[in-house]
Design a protein around this ligand. Structure first.
Ligand code: VG1
Ligand code: CO
Length: 546
């Protein structure tokens, strides 16, 4: 088969963000945009001996442009000499399933086509990222190398071949490349069966445990139907919006209290099942709502760490935990009590990989509804739900009872994140640099009635390989342990998103049941005052509060 060498020129702005390259579909679909990036990945990761003998995994979240993009990726991979491609049927692989397939089949890595929680459709977003052989998102060293290649690229290697039929499971030959279309769900279900006690969960569903899962018309539908309804016997209808749609049914597949409002309303109603959960576009996030109670992702991470031993995979305890810097300190208290280390990393799953590979941690998570463990190298929405179901089953208590007991034991970290979306980029950057310039001077002063104990721009030194990641968010810590963190999002595609993370610890048993926004009201006001949010962004209120 004749390899086509197509001349091209570098395209600016392809620096991967928090989780790969994300742009509007309109940008991705233009000219050589996608092909330039994919070829740059191959240029950056090519082993000295080439891609012969290499297996690569390819799949996506099924969003608009996924089907075309996957064919482009297959052709470029074949033209670059990749020996074997494992492609999810229908072009589908959830992010955690892709991680699972890479690890199980000892692949060299994978290309995941997803813009995750970003909106989809012709006017929505698309994305792509490279995961390495451990199944995890490429570390910064590799994403930097990919970026450098995007600025130097001269030609794209591809084939002039018809599309491969991805709708049937089976094998195809494309030049010297073997393209295997695989069941996107099977390997993942098998892994979940190993980690959790499916017969015990099945028995709980049979004896009346009730559950609602909102797949938000995104990629988790097929996984959720297979696991919750078929494997565990939950009644049909347990999984809602379970058919993946290219535009997510016109909704925004971000499982938060704004976009998963239907689920929230159900869980706060008289008909609420025992547990409610939702996942995002690519299946790596989880929203957990008990009957009448929202469990904040930071609290969920802490509660999962404290109770993980109730599931077979973690029966012998956990080696350690990690959380991203803006995530609340609730899990730190659990680690303390368990006598295991707790690591604080920058935002984004790629920073957990080394800690997991080195066996230093077993469970990790982020405030943005991401929780996972050493079973794969991505956060995993369905895994988190299965762990919650296992804990409910083993403890025989409601989510609300578990949360209350947790707070009574550890105290409560009241926590909220305020997002200001689509802010003018220069206004957002101005806010951050003005605040950064003042950080040093803030230490020792009193703001909003609290003395500032520490203020810095978070920098992380990876304890495993010593790599340093700077500029990971501005944090202001007060003497009473309260904290305000400011960051600009690295996943958005329009303007800038300012994220403000606010946290206060409460140990007083009489004050553990407050409404979160009320409990944090004075710090929220201080956050605005410190950075001049209203003044600089012109916004009186955040767009999303979680
Ligand atoms: C956001 C979250 C971060 C998460 C990332 C990818 O990044 O804050 O915690 O890892 O999305 O999640 P940012 O830079 O926008 O704050 V996913 O589910 O979109 O891959
Ligand atoms: Co996601």
């Amino acid at each position: 088969m004749k390899i086509q060498r197509i001349a091209t020129t570098p395209i600016e702005g392809m620096k991967p963000g928090t989780s790969g390259l994300r742009k509007r579909v309109t940008e991705f679909a233009q000219g050589h945009y996608l092909a330039n990036f994919v070829q740059s990945v191959f240029n950056a990761v090519r082993p000295p001996e080439g891609f012969g003998g290499v297996t690569l995994v390819v799949g996506g979240d099924g969003r608009y442009f996924n089907a075309e993009a996957i064919q482009t990726v297959i052709r470029i991979a074949a033209a670059n000499g990749v020996e074997r491609l494992l492609v999810g049927a229908g072009g589908i692989l959830s992010t955690p399933a892709a991680s699972c397939v890479i690890r199980k089949h000892k692949a060299f890595g994978g290309l995941i086509l997803s813009a995750s929680h970003n909106p989809g459709g012709p006017d929505g977003d698309f994305g792509i990222k490279f995961n390495a052989a451990n199944g995890g998102p490429a570390p910064e060293k590799i994403t930097d190398a990919i970026y450098a290649e995007t600025l130097a690229i001269k030609e794209i290697r591809t084939l002039d071949t018809p599309d491969i039929d991805l709708n049937q499971i089976g094998s195809h030959r494309l030049g010297d490349t073997q393209v295997e279309v695989i069941d996107p769900v099977a390997d993942y279900v098998e892994l979940m069966r190993e980690l959790f006690d499916f017969p015990a969960l099945r028995a709980k569903f049979a004896s009346g445990l009730t559950f609602a899962f909102d797949a938000m018309h995104a990629v988790t539908g097929p996984y959720a139907h297979a696991i919750f309804e078929r494997e565990l016997g939950a009644p049909a209808g347990t999984v809602r919006n379970g058919t993946p749609l290219p535009d997510f049914g016109g909704h925004h597949p971000d499982p938060n209290l704004v976009h998963a409002k239907e689920l929230l309303d159900l869980m706060m109603s008289a008909d609420a099942p025992d547990l409610g959960a939702a996942s995002d576009g690519d299946g790596d996030r989880n929203l957990i709502i008990g009957r009448g109670i929202f469990i904040s992702p930071s609290d969920s991470l802490a509660m999962l760490a404290a109770n993980a031993h109730l599931a077979p995979a973690y029966r012998n305890g956990i080696a350690g935990v990690a959380r991203s810097m803006p995530t609340s300190g609730a899990v730190d208290r659990v680690a303390d009590k368990l006598g295991v280390p707790c690591y604080e990393t920058p935002t984004g799953w790629k920073f957990f990989g080394n800690l997991l590979d080195a066996g230093r941690i077993t469970i990790c998570g982020e405030e943005s509804a991401g929780t996972g463990s050493n079973h794969v190298r991505e956060k995993d929405g369905i895994w988190a739900v299965l762990l919650w179901l296992s804990i409910l089953a083993a403890r025989g208590q409601s989510a609300a009872e578990i949360a209350k007991e947790h707070w009574a034991t550890y105290g409560r970290n009241y926590y909220t994140r305020h997002d200001y979306e689509g802010v003018d980029t220069s206004a957002a950057q101005g806010l951050m640099s003005a605040l950064e310039a003042r950080l040093r001077g803030l230490v020792g002063t009193t703001v909003g009635g609290r003395r500032v104990a520490m203020a810095d721009n978070f920098s992380y030194t990876d304890p495993v390989d010593g790599s340093v990641s700077k500029n990971q968010g501005l944090r202001i810590v007060f003497e009473d342990g309260s904290r305000i963190v400011y960051r600009l999002s690295g996943t958005g595609t329009t303007g800038s998103t300012l994220r403000v993370y606010i946290e206060r610890y409460e140990a007083d048993p009489a004050r553990l049941a407050q409404e979160t926004q009320e409990a944090l009201a004075d710090l929220i006001a201080t956050a605005d005052e410190l950075a001049g949010i209203r003044e600089r962004t012109g916004r009186a209120q955040p767009d999303v509060i979680t």
